[in-house]
Design a protein around this ligand. Sequence first.
Ligand SMILES: [Zn+2]
Ligand SMILES: [Zn+2]
Length: 147
Amino acid sequence: MRKENLIDKIMDAGLKNTKYRVHIIDLLSGTEELLSAQEIYHRLIHKKLRINLSTVYRTLDKLVETKIVSRVQIENEKQALYEYNRNIHHHFLICQSCNRIIPIYHCPLHEYEQKLEEESGFHITAHRVEFFGYCSDCQKSVTKHSS
Ligand SMILES: [Zn+2]
Ligand SMILES: [Zn+2]
C-alpha cells in the first residue's frame, strides 16, 4: 500500500496522523508475519525511530480499536500478536517447534457452515480455527536427528 493511502486510511478512521501510527501500519502492512508489540518495538528502533514500548502498545490499541490492525491471541502464546487487517478471511498454521505462524487464505469451512446452519437452525456469524503441527523445515531437522 502506498503511503498516501495509509494516511487516508488513518484520516478516515478519525485518527490523528501521527508518525508512529504511519510507521506501525507501514511495518505491519509490509509483512505477512504476525508480530508481537515487543517485536514491533524492536523493528521500529532498528529503523532509528525514537519510540518507547508503552507508546507502541498505546498506538496498537488505537489501531485495533479502529480495525486497521487485528490483535490475534494464539493458544500457548503468551503475547498477543498483531497483523494488518487485510479484510481477507484466513487461518493459521502454527509450528510447535519454531513457532512460525503461516497464514492460509483458502477456507473450505463456509460450505460446512451452511450445512451446519441447515441442520441445527443455528445462525453462524464467525469461526476460528488454528492448525498446530510442524513446518516443513522443522520436519526436515527432526528426520535428520532421528536417523
Ligand atoms: Zn517450524
Ligand atoms: Zn475459515
